[in-house]
Design a protein around this ligand. Structure first.
Ligand code: NDP
Length: 288
């Protein structure tokens, strides 16, 4: 990498993003000079923003909510190089600007799988998974999760539309889908208490952002071995707090995934692999 390369993250909203802090830490580790900007970008400005970042000599950028799918579509239309991972997720979170051809990738799924090492390694193979939510995050993590062959994956979503899209995109006998209201129905719950078991429950909705209701009946937490909320905050999210109250002490938020997906982006841009363990262990620094 040449001296002081320019990077950025684009999205809407963007002020909350921890990416500049993370990438600056990665840069410090390798004594690489870089700048990393947060650039508020409305969906309607995306194409123009991409052109302006290229023109201004940025080396690469991250794409976050709600632009990941739109970035994939633009890349497809413009004939950019699309990684297998971005094609599978139909969304992009990492852009590498090369002279020859711009390269688009999605590091969310890899970030999620690597986050399974914290705080202790947890093997998803042959486990029964419940994923709540069917948006961009679920699309990103689903392919890599299927690759480790869990016993089953149930995806439950508030509304039908995103379930239909996922069902069309991912065709696997391991997958089943239902509506959140059906999952929480008395009859489903009774059946689950008698015969069911979710080993891992993942909250991949954006409900923790507003710390709303408990999403699923807390009885589902009782038999689980690991509960994950992809959202991250200084304190335990309400979803994880309720899970603990119902007896599951093995809980994890989305911070390890955030660090791992960022490290994978950094690797794509620089060829350098940051020490993610060290950063995850010092998470409090990022929430001051
Ligand atoms: P999307 O907007 O694409 O999808 C949001 C999902 O949440 C939809 O399935 C939506 O259901 C559901 N939802 C929203 N509010 C509620 C609610 N009150 N009750 C039930 N369901 C609800 O968002 P993403 O998939 O991109 O992000 C989801 C979460 O994952 C966010 O918290 C985000 O911060 C986190 N994330 C974390 C990452 C990390 O590195 N840790 C990376 C990417 C995302 P419906 O279809 O009915 O609208």
């Amino acid at each position: 990498m040449t001296s002081s390369e320019k990077f950025a993250v684009i999205g809407d909203p963007i002020s909350h993003s921890k990416s500049p802090q993370l990438h600056n830490k990665f840069g410090d580790e390798f004594k690489v000079k870089l700048s990393y900007d947060k650039i508020h970008t409305h969906a309607s400005e995306l194409e123009a923003r991409v052109d302006s970042l290229i023109e201004k000599g940025y080396r690469g950028f991250n794409v976050t909510l709600p632009l990941k799918e739109a970035m994939y579509k633009i890349g497809n239309l413009r004939g950019y190089d699309l990684s297998e991972r971005s094609i599978r997720a139909q969304s992009v979170n990492t852009v590498l600007i090369r002279k020859e051809k711009i390269f688009l990738d999605n590091t969310d799924g890899t970030g999620f799988i690597k986050s399974m090492n914290y705080p202790h390694y947890f093997d998803l193979h042959k486990k029964n998974l419940l994923i709540i939510g069917a948006g961009g995050a679920t699309k990103g993590i689903l392919g890599p999760i299927l690759d480790v062959y869990p016993a089953s994956i149930t995806i439950s979503n508030r509304s039908f539309e995103k379930i239909a899209l996922l069902r069309e995109r991912f065709n696997s006998p391991l997958l089943s889908f239902n509506l959140l209201k059906d999952l929480n129905s008395e009859s489903n719950l009774n059946e689950y208490e008698n015969t069911g078991s979710f080993d891992v429950i993942i909250n991949a909705t954006s409900s923790s952002v507003s710390m709303e209701d408990s999403l699923i009946n807390p009885k589902y937490f009782k038999k689980a071995k690991l509960i994950i909320d992809l959202f991250y905050a200084k304190k335990l999210t309400s979803f994880l707090r309720v899970a603990k109250e119902y007896g599951c002490n093995n809980v994890m938020d989305g911070f390890p995934m955030l660090v791992e997906q960022a490290a994978e982006s950094f690797y794509i841009w620089t060829g350098l692999k940051p020490d993610t363990n060290r950063i995850i262990a010092k998470r409090d620094v990022f929430f001051e």
